[in-house]
Design a protein around this ligand. Structure first.
Ligand code: DDH
Length: 275
């Protein structure tokens, strides 16, 4: 055997099914976000770990788990994700053989599935980078105040297309909420923030969205004043190409689930090469 084959042979096999179960068991956290469920913030961790990818120079992406280092953790876009990392520590302690990079991605898959979303097949093998030197530059994640050309620039840089953009944003913002102490924005997109649905698209088209009057950043509210949309969310309704796709997902939940599952798997495997 060569060294690589030998390492593979003697490495204890990780029981990913057991890791899945242990992640599922920590999703309910008393007092978290008013709905006692950390699924949404775990999905955001998986997305922000991955969404730094640049296909031109193959830097960034989920492989490396570089958000462990303060440079990337301190990117303003990642505010709040230290909580998500901490929630996963007991799972890492119980299964020390899993890399953080794999754990974060697996946790986002488990959260999506446990919230009623599609099951995404997990491919392990990501490794943890040894130092901050592997961090991608800050500022690669999308800016919520900007329009469709910015959104396309960010996702095309990763190598993702318009259908993938709409599926990913609709799935991600169909769960969870914005926090004034993290992004400055406030509130959830739907009335079911811990259930994975295509409700985001229904809210987007069926409600009237008006500018919220407050001292915070520009965001939109519905007539109940309970739900919100970011300026970037309204681009999914206003841009003709995004709109066509979003209307399809509003009417066809199965197509949305299927496309979301493959786009999220692709997103979380950007730059990840299995040996
Ligand atoms: Fe997002 N997102 N996101 N998002 N996102 C926020 C929260 C959550 C943008 C901005 C924000 C995706 C795309 C975009 C989730 C998943 C995904 C917040 C609020 C802002 C701001 C953070 C806070 O205050 O806690 C922008 C801009 C974009 C864009 O693409 C233009 C995508 C693609 C996903 C995904 O999952 C694939 C999730 C989940 C949350 C809720 C987090 C929580 O704690 O709850």
């Amino acid at each position: 055997y060569n060294k690589e084959q030998f390492t593979q042979l003697v490495k204890p096999k990780l029981d990913y099914q057991a890791v899945r179960g242990d992640i599922a068991n920590i999703l309910e956290q008393q007092g978290w976000d008013g709905y006692n469920h950390i699924g949404p913030v775990l999905v955001r961790l998986g997305w922000h770990a991955s969404g730094t990818y640049n296909k031109a120079d193959k830097t960034g992406g989920s492989d490396g788990a570089t958000m462990r280092f303060s440079k990337e953790q301190n990117d303003p876009a990642n505010a709040g994700l230290q909580h998500a990392q901490k929630f996963l520590e007991p799972v890492k302690a119980k299964h020390p053989g899993i890399s953080y990079a794999d754990l974060w991605v697996l946790a986002s898959y488990v959260a999506i599935e446990e919230m009623g979303g599609p099951k995404i097949d997990f491919t392990p093998g990501r490794k943890d980078a040894p130092s901050e030197a592997s961090c991608p530059p800050n500022g690669r994640l999308p800016d919520a105040s900007k329009g469709s050309s910015h959104i396309r620039e960010v996702f095309y840089r990763m190598g993702l297309n318009d259908r993938e953009i709409v599926a990913l944003i609709g799935g991600g913002h169909g769960i969870g909420k914005c926090h004034t102490d993290r992004s400055g924005y406030d509130g959830p997109w739907t009335n079911a923030p811990t259930t994975f649905t295509n409700l985001y698209f229904k809210e987007l088209f069926d409600k009237t969205w008006t500018q919220k009057k407050w001292n915070g950043p520009l965001q939109y509210e519905d007539n109940t004043k309970k739900l919100m949309m970011l300026p970037a969310d309204l681009e999914i309704r206003n841009d003709p190409e995004f709109k066509k796709i979003a209307l399809e997902y509003k009417e066809n939940k199965d197509a949305f689930f299927k496309d979301f599952a493959s786009a999220f798997k692709k997103l979380t495997e950007l730059g990840f090469k299995q040996f």
